[in-house]
Write a protein that binds this ligand. Sequence first.
Ligand code: SF4
Ligand code: SF4
Length: 86
Amino acid sequence: MTISGESLKATSQKKSSKNKIFIEIRRDWCKGCGICVAFCPKKVLELDEHEKSSISNPEACTQCGFCELHCPDMAIELILIQEGTK
Ligand code: SF4
Ligand code: SF4
């Protein structure tokens, strides 16, 4: 995946929901500890060649929120986009 800027975003959508979730990784805040990679139950995340968290498999995200909750540097944010809003 090509990366530009300091933030990386990907979209996931539950099959049962019309709401979308953006996974935003603030790369400049990420210290590459790997907690999010190790504990993501769906292997959505990986460390890239710069030792920054990267989204490799957004379709598998179940929107559980573990990564956002446990990142010690608050570098990951799940942003809910509700159907009918912009
Ligand atoms: S838990 Fe946070 S700081 Fe650690 S690799 Fe993931 S995004 Fe980076
Ligand atoms: S919300 Fe859950 S499934 Fe999605 S990337 Fe984070 S830890 Fe993985």
